[in-house]
Design a protein around this ligand. Structure first.
Ligand SMILES: CC(C)(COP(=O)(O)OP(=O)(O)OC[C@H]1O[C@@H](n2cnc3c(N)ncnc32)[C@H](O)[C@@H]1OP(=O)(O)O)[C@@H](O)C(=O)NCCC(=O)NCCS
Length: 180
């Protein structure tokens, strides 16, 4: 199977998000937040990529560029009819190795009860580094980090996470997320 990324022109991005909205039922609140963010500042630091499987649109990946070496993978969504074929696993692996050649640190998070997403992050090689409590939504997310230059350390990743995730509306609890 072939997987590749395609970055749609800026003026098509909002259409892409709206198309997805009806399918994204699990984390609807967060999705709506993404929609709003996409509308206001996609141009600046967020980039949306279509995931193509054998040249068919099969999902999207939203990336938040923090700086030259660090990004947040904000959302990978594979459309329902393309799931369970290994597409997300391959796409995530490609995203952390080939998509942005200068970047070495990748952060991502998923709901602490979303077994499917948690398994995906771990299969790709992400490390659990903490738990992010979203205070407004009363929801817990597991925070993951990955370094593609073989320079992963829990200490460095946690220091970076403290810088990246300190916000009044969320609380970062360092640990593997199992005992918070
Ligand atoms: C989570 C999500 C991205 C996974 O996408 P996916 O393409 O189905 O993921 P994969 O196919 O790589 O892996 C899913 C399962 O299929 C299995 N699988 C992998 N390759 C396979 C293959 N060739 N044939 C059959 N099954 C396969 C995997 O082992 C995995 O099994 P598991 O769930 O029991 O661990 C998708 O369900 C989704 O879009 N969910 C909604 C959004 C979301 O939660 N995003 C992630 C957090 S931001």
């Amino acid at each position: 199977m072939s997987i590749r990324f395609f970055e749609p022109p800026q003026d098509k991005i909002i259409d892409r998000f709206q198309q997805l909205e009806s399918e994204f039922t699990q984390n609807r609140l967060i999705f709506n937040e993404w929609l709003q963010k996409a509308a206001v500042d996609l141009g600046a630091s967020r980039r949306l990529f279509d995931v193509l499987h054998n040249d068919e649109n099969s999902g999207v990946l939203l990336i938040h560029i923090i700086d030259n070496s660090t990004v947040k993978l904000n959302a990978l969504i594979i459309y329902p009819q393309f799931r369970n074929k290994g597409i997300a696993t391959r796409a995530m692996k490609m995203a952390v190795t080939d998509l942005l050649p200068d970047v070495s640190w990748y952060f991502t998070q998923c709901r602490s009860n979303d077994i499917r997403a948690l398994r995906l992050e771990e299969r790709v090689g992400f490390h659990r580094i903490g738990l992010l409590r979203h205070l407004r939504e009363s929801a817990d997310n597991i925070l993951f980090a990955y370094n593609n230059k073989n320079e992963f350390s829990l200490e460095t990743s946690r220091k970076l996470a403290i810088k990246l995730y300190s916000r009044p509306d969320q609380q970062l609890l360092i640990g593997d997320g199992t005992n918070a």
